[in-house]
Design a protein around this ligand. Structure first.
Ligand SMILES: Nc1nc2c(ncn2[C@@H]2O[C@H](COP(=O)(O)OP(=O)(O)OP(=O)(O)O)[C@@H](O)[C@H]2O)c(=O)[nH]1
Ligand SMILES: [Mg+2]
Length: 196
């Protein structure tokens, strides 16, 4: 699949503000600062379509981008940023769960996990929700460029092991927004679900 156009459509802090046009959507989920916006920018070959943050926890809304005038990419608010008040953190959790539960046209979630670290409790809670709500997902192991090439096979094997118990996990893909590694595989997974 080739992405030929991508435009920002809306940012919503409330589930009721989301589009009702029935277009399919692909959502990007992961802790704050894991690289969601950078991954979206890389997929779309745009430098600053989705704002990559200098400060973690900046993406507080669900940001909708229309891609190829056909479907949406949804940049979900990053979770798990410690310096955000507990009340705000729990409202993000609710917003994300409401989103996952209610979007009938959500056909794939790209779950991002930092390639260098074990998935956090919150990451595991998210993939638990994805399985529970019957949503297919792929895991992108982000910032792969920061890991020595020799270590990647082992990290990938470990991650595959962790996620293999989830019925809806379709693939685990090393990804780098810097080098572009993994872009083709992520796009392939997306195209597969959009055409299904
Ligand atoms: N080296 C490297 N840095 C990356 C990569 N992806 C993202 N970053 C950096 O990580 C930081 C966070 O990236 P973002 O894309 O803003 O992360 P996010 O998940 O959208 O963050 P929030 O919107 O705060 O939830 C930025 O400084 C990026 O430049 C990558 O693949 N490699
Ligand atoms: Mg972001």
């Amino acid at each position: 699949m080739k992405i030929t156009s991508a435009e920002f459509v809306l940012g919503a802090a409330d589930i009721r503000q989301l589009p009702r046009d029935g277009l399919k959507e692909v959502a990007f989920l992961g802790r704050s600062n894991v690289g969601k916006s950078s991954l979206i920018n890389r997929l779309c070959a745009r430098k600053s379509l989705a704002r990559a943050s200098t400060e973690p926890g900046k993406t507080r809304e669900l940001n909708y981008y229309i891609v190829n005038r056909q479907f949406y990419f949804v940049d979900l608010p990053g979770y798990g940023y410690a310096r955000v008040p507990a009340q705000v953190r729990s409202s993000w959790g609710k917003l994300i769960e409401q989103y996952l539960k209610s979007r009938d046209h959500l056909c794939l979630v790209v779950q991002l996990v930092d390639a260098r670290h074990e998935p956090s409790e919150l990451d595991m809670m998210m993939v638990g929700w994805l399985d529970y709500y019957n949503i297919d997902f792929v895991v992108a192991l982000t910032k792969a460029d920061k890991l020595p090439v020799s270590k990647m096979p082992r990290y990938l094997q470990d991650a595959r092991q962790v996620f293999s118990s989830y019925t809806h996990c379709k693939d685990v893909i090393p990804f780098s927004a810097v080098s572009g590694v993994g872009k083709t595989d992520v796009l392939k997974a997306i195209a597969g679900k959009l055409c299904a």
